[in-house]
Design a protein around this ligand. Sequence first.
Ligand SMILES: Cc1ncc(COP(=O)(O)O)c(C=O)c1O
Length: 420
Amino acid sequence: MGSYKLICLSCNRTIVDNYTLSCPCGGGFVRTAYDARQLTVRDMPGMWKYYDWLPTKGFIDIPGKTVTYKSEALAKELGLRELYIAFNGYWPEIGAMIHTCSFKELEAPPTILRAMEHGGKAMVLASAGNTARAFAYLSTITGFPLIIVVPGKNLGNLWIPGREPGKSVHLIAMGEGNDYTDAINLAGRIASVPGLLPEGGAKNVARRDGMATVMLDGAVFMKTLPDEYFQAIGSGTGGVAAWEAALRLRDDGRFGQRLPRLHLAQNLPFAPMLHAWEEGRRDIMPERDMPEAKELISQMYTDILSNRNPPYSVKGGVYDAMKDTDGIMYGVTNEEAISAKKLFESLEGIDLLPASAVAVSALIQACDRGTISPDKKVLLNITGGGYERLKKDMKLNPVKPCIEVEGPDVPLDDILKVIE
Ligand SMILES: Cc1ncc(COP(=O)(O)O)c(C=O)c1O
């Protein structure tokens, strides 16, 4: 079993996990230290093949996991000899069975199970879409009560594949003018009600270690750590998770000693981490890096990749991951993402969620500029895809809101009376 302790990255204190999201010292992230130093790939369902490095005692019997394969067509087009695609979505022809079509279905199962195993009664979550869908699906499967806050304009992302949404799912829609950060603020207020657990975002080790299985799968398939790792980011948590997985694999000893360089891509014009990183700053300066944030977010190809409060500066967060891996950040325009999507789909034969197209575009930029040489082992995280493919096989049942609210300051009683 995934036996572990938590280590505070600020004060190095060892903490016994009690659904602990942060150290009493109030410093940086806590990180799991697993008893198993070497990774054993288990014959267990879905992502639980990496059970030893997941912070749960049990498992949830669903088939979703990363499927890594070696690209031929896109690799040839880009002049790369070893391009590996870590596919996170629905594509049964290659065994990819993530029914909610994004790598958020790698975060939701261990996060919900960890909360259940620690006696949680209900969880509160904010999301712009893919995360909410994955958690709503897991709540439907497990019956674990979930309160989800979503900006109204993103409601179309909320559906459950092949079954009706569970009664355990309580969806709160926010009215016009609210974005993901407004949803985070309201979710934070609701989670302060005794008995309700915050999902914790990047602070939650179950979320990070769940997403870390992408890098584990890539390295197990490639039999080595990749040289280069590409991903589209909003909060950047997936990038941090990839780095943490690489640190564990380095420690394992059988996958090489060089950490993969992180290539993380933001969708322009909203790219606060890109701006701070390019100026060598650990801190994001909101007035400089994201002036008129809501207006910029409204212009993005995919606002799934917008987060006004990413875990960038925190110890163990995106800045540290980038520094440690000598990383590179990319800004991708809407037009570049759209053309990368078309190219990938025509060459690889599966549809992409818009966020994945941002990662593909960053890879194209890197190849065009000669940033990576043709002989490098590249792992491209396709964080979401197969939505069009899924629609051929399954009915997608919308999750309906139980209440619509005007903004993050709505009285909590209004909400509590409809979810009880
Ligand atoms: C499909 C997809 N790719 C990438 C991301 C970015 O992930 P992160 O917020 O961990 O940076 C998201 C976030 O929701 C997503 O849904």
